[in-house]
Design a protein around this ligand. Structure first.
Ligand code: SF4
Length: 294
């Protein structure tokens, strides 16, 4: 709205809805975060810090303290890309802003843009840190609308651009995000968020990694979760990398193999080829840090 990209006739203040709680789900099924819970409150909540450290770390890596005090869970999920062509209504070519107008970034300045899951219609990235952690944690988005309530698996909430980059999520018209559930997965507590950016504060990710590992009694990896930020139109689950780690000894050789499989289909553009190697090294670094956690 500030840049004139959106000009709604009406806006509705939902701040007084009772959706700001962070609470344990019954029978140890996990934690529910209200859609209006503030990023600062979630990041510092004892349940989140102890059971889902990757989420606390991701939130604290985002924006500034002042913004985190205002930003909400629902708002975080609905962040729009920071592609500069999208944010300039005077620039003619942006399929996301005006369907069928072209993509200025495809042959323009695309340093911050996608290397995975992109299309010829749009190579924008999703800017959220929180969502990368939620992807790795296999969160569930709870939405409410005229047809009642429904639960959406996190990996199905955001969309890849395809031929319709103007549609960024699968939220239907008149639906509201009321909460996000974090299941009680055994890998969640041993997790870490790594954010690589141009400066250490108040900058979007060039590449980020949310990583989690569950180890068996034999010291081998029972299950792994890896999600990438700054590389795709949505938080990117590296499923092949996760599968490649199952049953393996958690060492640098396996981490490098997993990183290679995560980037096997990556494609860079004129100014962002560096992201492929950066993402590869970031995955190895994040997994190594997870292993150093007790
Ligand atoms: Fe628009 Fe997407 Fe192209 Fe950016 S990358 S100019 S948002 S279509």
């Amino acid at each position: 709205m500030k840049m004139g990209v959106e000009t709604p006739a009406q806006i509705i203040d939902i701040n007084r809805l009772p959706l700001a709680a962070v609470e344990e789900l019954p029978k140890g099924r996990g934690v529910r975060i209200g859609g209006l819970a503030r990023n600062s409150d979630v990041a510092e909540h004892a349940l989140i810090k102890s059971k889902y450290p990757v989420l606390s770390e991701a939130l604290l890596a985002g924006a500034s303290p002042q913004l985190r005090n205002r930003a909400t869970t629902g708002g975080n999920l609905l962040q729009r890309t920071r592609c500069s062509y999208f944010y300039d209504p005077d620039f003619p070519a942006c399929n996301k802003r005006k369907s069928g107008s072209g993509c200025g970034a495809l042959h323009g300045f695309n340093r911050m843009h996608a290397i995975l899951g992109q299309s010829e219609q749009c190579i924008a990235t999703h800017p959220s840190d929180m969502c990368v952690a939620l992807a790795a944690l296999e969160a569930v988005v709870i939405v409410s609308g005229p047809k009642g309530e429904r639960r959406i698996a996190f990996q199905d909430f955001h969309r890849l651009p395809g031929d319709t980059p103007e549609h960024e999520t699968n939220l239907a018209h008149e639906e509201l995000i009321t909460a996000v559930d974090l299941p009680a997965h055994p890998f969640a507590a041993r997790s870490h968020y790594l954010k690589v950016r141009d400066r250490e504060s108040y900058a979007f990710a060039l590449v980020s990694v949310a990583a989690a590992l569950e180890l068996g009694a034999d010291g081998k990896i029972k299950s792994a979760r890896i999600a990438l930020g700054g590389v795709a139109h949505k938080p990117w689950r590296a499923l092949e990398a996760e599968q490649s780690l199952a049953g393996k000894t958690p060492d640098i050789t396996q981490f490098r193999r997993a990183a290679d499989s995560a980037l096997a289909n990556a494609r860079g553009y004129q100014y962002n080829h560096f992201k492929i190697e950066l993402a590869r090294r970031s995955i190895v670094c994040a997994l190594t840090t997870v292993m150093a956690k007790v």
